[in-house]
Design a protein. Structure first.
Length: 160
């Protein structure tokens, strides 16, 4: 069965940056997703289109087809006193916020300087070229519930 829209895929993969450092990997058959439902970065989903169980691919995904380019406008300085006093603000701290248009985003503290906190609303992999080695382990039909909800259910899916 070919991997096309509304099919469920099980993947094993290794993700590296351009220097060959491993960013993420899974080789236990637990990574599942609903193809065509925007549950994967577009570059990887496009590379997997029409592949079959047992296929192995190596693909380089440019930032524009992954998490986007790093946008300096998403880096802001805010007064330290905007944060609750009981929260220890430190570099690397992540918290939920809203973008200028009201969309939920994760923001990372990248610097604390003279009573101000520098926060970055870019995805942590924005601007990063991604190198994937992927094995397509299984392709199956999605259930009606998975199609309705737009993601995988059952073992290794939404419910687990």
């Amino acid at each position: 069965m070919q991997l096309t829209k509304n099919k469920v895929a099980v993947l094993n993969f290794t993700l590296k940056n351009k220097d060959g450092e491993i960013i993420d990997e899974t080789n236990d058959g637990t990574f599942t997703y609903l193809h065509g439902a925007r549950n994967l970065i577009s570059g990887l989903e496009n590379a997997l289109e029409n592949k079959q169980a047992g296929d192995k691919i190596s693909v380089v995904i440019e930032p524009k087809d992954a998490y986007g380019e790093h946008d300096q406008e998403k880096v802001e300085r805010v007064p330290l006193d905007m944060f609750p006093p009981e929260v220890e603000i430190r570099e690397g701290l992540q918290f939920d916020s809203e973008s200028a248009d009201g969309e939920p985003i994760v923001v990372t503290v990248i610097e604390i300087d003279a009573g101000e906190v520098v926060v970055d609303g870019n995805h942590s992999m924005a601007g990063v070229e991604l190198h994937f080695d992927v094995e397509l382990v299984e392709v199956r039909e999605a259930t009606a519930q998975e199609l309705e909800h737009g993601h995988v259910h059952g073992p290794h899916g939404h419910d687990h």
